[in-house]
Design a protein around this ligand. Structure first.
Ligand SMILES: Nc1ncnc2c1ncn2[C@@H]1O[C@H](COP(=O)(O)OP(=O)(O)OP(=O)(O)O)[C@@H](O)[C@H]1O
Length: 252
């Protein structure tokens, strides 16, 4: 579904991403890992069109979508989250998820005053799917709580819910387990594993929580200093000497 070829980005003299190649197949979860500053978020920004690559290509269903703007990438089905929360804190959990489906329910302004049966049907559909998504996230009992009053763990789940509400084909999550305790991270791992094939086609994940990564990933791409260090299954990556060295130093 997604393929990146020789993807590279330099900021002046900083080579943040250098010649990165990897692909995400339909139905899979691929994780991008690496120490701080390895270039993972820059990769996300290149794929989703927030940055224009210095060199290289992004292919989506075989078509060249390099440097396509984020809005158009979202319309193609590539939906991402950010490291910093992007939910609307003054809206309830339900309103956040419903709001994220606005593309589906977009109608002309005059329809607000003279709603048709079609408008009512779309509204009903959005409402039902918002309930279903919040239930899936385990937030069924927190529907009417303002996002700003949710716990850190609940907020992270709501962010994933908001991204799912936009009906992604590829869901790109940037550190969804940041700030979660062990139990919450385990819950998130179970949830993510259940998404491909039902709610999304595939997931591309940037995460530092190794337990979660090893549990959910079909394939892992390891980056270090902007370059691809290794790629493989969780079992292969866990035993890769170069990877252990990058994370824990030569003594490892
Ligand atoms: N807009 C920018 N301007 C200049 N340098 C940048 C910019 N964005 C990223 N960098 C640099 O590029 C390198 C890679 O950063 P990036 O945020 O992609 O790493 P990361 O692997 O996501 O790190 P982390 O795990 O800490 O989030 C870093 O040296 C960073 O300082």
């Amino acid at each position: 579904m997604l393929e990146v070829k020789s993807l590279s980005k330099s900021f002046g003299g900083i080579h943040a991403v250098q010649d990165i190649d990897f692909s995400v197949a339909k139905g899979s979860i691929v994780s991008l890992i690496g120490p701080n500053g390895a270039g993972k978020t820059t990769c996300f920004n290149l794929i989703t069109g927030f940055y224009r690559p210095t060199r290289g290509q992004v292919l989506w269903d075989g078509a060249d979508v390099t440097a396509t703007n984020p809005h158009s990438m979202a319309r193609l089905g590539v939906i991402r989250t950010f490291q910093k929360t992007n939910v609307l804190r003054n809206l309830t959990a339900f309103e956040n998820v419903a709001h994220a489906q606005y593309l589906k329910g977009r109608t002309p302004l005059w329809r607000t005053f003279w709603p048709s049966s079609e408008t009512a049907a779309v509204k009903k559909e959005i409402s039902e799917s918002s309930f279903a998504i919040l239930e899936l996230m385990g937030l069924g009992k927190r529907l009417h709580v303002e996002a700003g009053a949710l716990s850190c763990g609940e907020l992270r789940l709501l962010e994933v819910g908001v991204a799912i509400a936009a009906k992604p084909r590829l869901l790109m999550l940037d550190e969804p387990a940041a700030g979660l305790n062990t139990r919450e991270a385990e819950g998130l791992a179970e949830l993510l594993s259940a998404l491909p094939g039902k709610w999304v086609d595939s997931i591309l994940l940037v995460e530092h929580n190794m337990n979660l990564i090893m549990k959910v990933s079909d394939n892992i791409v390891v980056m270090n200093f902007g370059k691809k260090l290794a790629t493989g299954t969780p079992a292969e990556i866990q035993h890769n000497e170069q990877v252990l060295e990058a994370y824990m130093g030569k003594a490892a």
